[in-house]
Design a protein. Structure first.
Length: 214
């Protein structure tokens, strides 16, 4: 299946993505994770993207579109994918549609969460330096303090999870990305998910929307 996972920063996209991608046997392709990998490796793309990311602003469309479309052309994405954090602007959505042609996006899942809850979640989030899995000391604690359950990687606070950048990211989402909910609504591919419930209940709602059993 070709799926787009949408929702504001902190809605739980990364948290839900592993289970969805395993259940559907499609790769999880997260634009934010790809960009952070570029930064960690010190590539020119990573260097160019860094300043926007730390401020909580969007990376220019041209850079992100090229990076994601290249990734979608890898053989493992031939029969489907779970896109997380892309598209985020009208230009990105149109570039994706153009590249998929008649195949198109089959479902856009929108995880909705109110602003106060987003701020609370992002303020406490810890992320694995190795695989980028998100944790939270209260709602999604790791088994061993500050270590990833999957690979033992160190858990750290992302620079853009500091309060000023969080506020900026939410503002940017409301202005530049939220109109895409309507974009997919018009195409009849949108499914709304209530993201303000426990993590396993959100997963149940997503699987129901996808029409698959856990
Ligand atoms: P990106 O990495 O995509 O960040 P984001 O969209 O802001 O999303 P997050 O990773 O913050 O949140 P999430 O929804 O995955 O939440 P999570 O599951 O971690 O983008 C970062 C930056 O890269 C952007 O600002 C931009 O600069 C750039 N960028 C990326 N893509 C781009 C694009 N397409 N175009 C231009 N620029 C781009 O959950 C959050 C926390 O809550 C965790 O601690 C988790 O444990 C907890 N939690 C999750 N679910 C629940 C629940 N149900 N109840 C309680 N707690 C929960
Ligand atoms: Zn990890």
């Amino acid at each position: 299946m070709r799926i787009v996972l949408m929702g504001p920063p902190g809605a739980g996209k990364g948290t839900q993505a592993t289970a969805i991608s395993q259940r559907l046997s499609v790769p999880h392709i997260a634009s934010g994770n790809l960009l952070r990998e570029h930064r960690a490796k010190g590539t020119p793309l990573g260097e160019e993207a860094g300043a926007s990311m730390d401020k909580g602003l969007l990376v220019p469309d041209g850079l992100v579109i090229r990076m994601v479309l290249d990734r979608l052309n890898q053989p493992d994405a031939k029969d489907g994918f779970l896109l997380d954090g892309f598209p985020r602007t009208g230009e990105q959505a149109e570039a994706l549609d153009k590249s998929l042609g008649l195949r198109g996006v089959q479902m856009a899942l929108n995880i909705a969460v109110g602003t106060d809850e987003l701020v609370k979640r992002l303020g406490g989030r810890l992320t694995c330096r190795t695989c980028q899995t998100p944790y939270h000391p209260v709602t999604a604690p790791p088994k061993v303090a500050r270590r990833c359950d999957k690979d033992g990687g160190e858990l750290y606070q992302r620079d853009d999870d500091k309060p000023d950048a969080v506020r900026q990211r939410i503002e940017v989402y409301n202005k530049q990305t939220s109109p895409l909910v309507e974009y997919y609504g018009r195409r009849g591919t949108l499914k709304e998910i209530n993201g303000e419930q426990a993590i396993d209940h959100v997963q149940t709602a997503i699987f129901a929307a996808l029409g698959v059993k856990a």
